[in-house]
Design a protein around this ligand. Structure first.
Ligand SMILES: [Zn+2]
Length: 153
């Protein structure tokens, strides 16, 4: 999947986790789990796909930034860490592409690429949009729950 579903899944897991370490572990593990869903993986092979990759990455950055701004201190950090570790495996892939050749990185990439299956772009984009929307709604619910808890206290 692309960056925004991974970032939102990691952000939601981070918001619900009890610590930064758990947020990081959940974000990273969820990346591999979400990658098991067949999806279209646009890449920088032509201008149209490059625009999709960059637009999706910008969307992820904006949504996570807004979610962090709405959250309070500890949850804010867990959202940011969950989202960052949610996209980390794809950033590690980018490290290989630019020529970094650590053995552990190559071994991890075998696993990372091994779980991914291709899917038609139209179906994949619709599914990824649903994942992003669901993640965004869960983050908003988390913010409202926090406000309600504070009002009751
Ligand atoms: Zn991936």
């Amino acid at each position: 999947m692309m960056a925004s579903p991974h970032a939102l899944c990691g952000a939601v897991a981070g918001a619900r986790s009890g610590s930064v370490a758990v947020a990081a572990a959940l974000g990273f593990a969820l990346h591999l789990l979400v990658d098991c869903v067949p999806s279209w993986e646009p890449w920088f092979i032509n201008p149209a796909q490059s625009a999709v990759v960059l637009g999706d990455s910008l969307l992820a950055l904006v949504l996570v930034t807004v979610a962090c701004r709405r959250a309070e201190g500890a949850v804010r950090l867990r959202i940011a860490v969950g989202a960052a570790f949610g996209v980390l495996p794809d950033l590690l892939h980018l490290a290989l592409v630019i020529g970094i050749r650590w053995k552990w990185l190559a071994a991890f990439e075998v696993v990372h690429q091994g779980v991914q299956r291709p899917a038609p772009p139209e179906l994949s984009m619709a599914l990824q949009a649903v994942v992003v929307l669901a993640g965004w709604m869960l983050l908003r619910r988390e913010a409202r729950r926090k406000i309600a808890t504070e009002a009751a206290a």
